[in-house]
Design a binder for this molecule. Structure first.
Ligand code: NAD
Length: 380
């Protein structure tokens, strides 16, 4: 198997043998396979999931179709059901903060050298930001780039006796998810610190998946009358039950973790066909849920006089530009969903998280999750 990675996908299959099994596992070799080969390592084909569709969800005044890749049939069914309600209520509104990703450039030093390092970094912020920005002219041309740098000392602890110096670089990533862009900048700064600081031992340089700088907000206002007409029952009663379910998740981390898993059901299913880094999305979203030290729900419900206000606030490290777009089926998913900008991408992902959660709570507080869920699962 030496030099396996240098082979073409078809030749890799020959080496692995059992062509019939490989055809079933990875599908036929097509013109797309060589493109996929450039995107990952040791590629032998593509692996498939069912692709369902939400035919229409109105977000910020525009109707979008949403392609969803998931093995869980009730996810698409619930999204379709609540999308009809959301559209009847005028749709979802959203807002994405200016996307900022941070990187940590870490090294070790004696306590005295560490203090000198923090002082030197503070005195050379402008030069270091220029070094970072020279790494990515295209990002800077799009209006993004590194704009802030701060340094701190992490004191020795019982589990590790060394003093850490951590420089934190903040980068506006414009239309990109920015992981590779920011990592490149962070490594360039690590090189600069290694050359300039005496007694500094470089440790690592990489972005943090803390998505505090990439928050997205989506909101749906549901008049009780609309809810009632839609569900053939007393609308305010369902709204109260849903708000109660959110309050329960606020108080119970064991409930909150499942509440948030329901949000991920929608976001991951929609993000997969769009070529997004679903691990980064999960890591950021779950970290945000745990920011206070206890697991909290990422949606909230408010009962007004005539309506239920339902909202979601979560980080979305998503990308509208990047290497993933070279995958033809990813480019097709962007076209199918009608996503033409970074803001629309964030709007759609947050909106699908919001309606997915609303659908799950709606089922839970009325007929229960099993009635619809199991009907679909038994069919599967
Ligand atoms: P990227 O997001 O890092 O960079 C996109 C590049 O596009 C920029 O560097 C810039 O030069 C260029 N660009 C052109 N027009 C732009 C515009 N309008 N706005 C912004 N940038 C513009 O892209 P990538 O290399 O595809 O990296 C993203 C991938 O990195 C993710 O999908 C993930 O798989 C991977 N990754 C993730 C982590 C992590 O989350 N911890 C770590 C490493 C790699």
């Amino acid at each position: 198997m030496s030099k396996f990675y240098e082979l073409m996908p078809g030749a890799r299959r020959q080496q692995l043998g059992d062509m019939e099994l490989l055809e079933r596992l990875a599908g036929p070799i097509t013109s797309e396979t060589s493109c996929l080969d450039r995107m990952s390592e040791n590629v032998i084909g593509a692996w498939r999931l069912p692709l369902g569709v939400v035919p229409s969800l109105v977000v910020d005044g525009r109707s979008h179709r949403i392609a969803m890749a998931t093995e869980e049939p009730s996810v698409v069914a619930a999204a379709c059901r609540v999308s009809r309600l959301a559209n009847a209520c005028g749709g979802i509104t959203s807002h994405a903060d200016r996307p900022v990703t941070a990187a940590q450039i870490m090294g070790c030093a004696s306590p005295e050298c560490a203090r000198d390092a923090v002082r030197w970094i503070g005195q050379n912020v402008q030069m270091l930001l220029e070094t970072a920005n020279r790494c990515d002219p295209a990002l800077c041309a799009s209006g993004g780039g590194a704009f802030a740098l701060e340094a701190q000392i992490l004191e020795p602890a019982p589990d590790w006796p060394e003093t850490f110096v951590v420089a934190k670089l903040f980068v506006h990533t414009s239309d990109a998810m920015g992981a590779n862009a920011v990592n490149t900048m962070a490594e360039a700064l690590q090189g600069e610190l290694s050359r300039s600081l005496s007694g500094y031992v470089p440790g690592m340089a990489i972005l943090t998946n803390d998505g505090a700088g990439r928050m997205v907000h989506a909101h749906l206002s549901i008049p009780y009358a609309q809810f009632g007409a839609f569900a053939h029952c007393e609308g305010r009663d369902i709204a109260v039950r849903i708000a109660r379910a959110c309050a329960f998740a606020q108080r119970s981390p064991e409930r909150a973790v499942t509440h948030n898993k329901g949000i991920l059901n929608g976001i991951i299913a929609a993000a997969l066909p769009l070529g997004q880094d679903t691990r980064a999305l999960s890591a950021s979203i779950l970290h945000e849920a745990h920011r206070t030290g206890a697991h909290k729900p990422l949606t909230c419900a408010e009962l007004r006089e005539d309506s239920l206000e339902f909202a979601i606030h979560l980080p979305l490290p998503a990308g509208f530009v990047g290497g993933f777009k070279k995958n033809p089926s990813v480019a097709a998913a962007f076209a199918f969903d009608g996503i033409t900008s970074y803001d629309e991408l964030c709007a759609l992902l947050s909106a699908i998280g919001l309606i997915q959660n609303l659908g799950a709570l709606w089922a839970l507080v009325t007929e229960g999750i099993q009635a619809g869920h199991m009907r679909l699962h038994v069919r599967k």
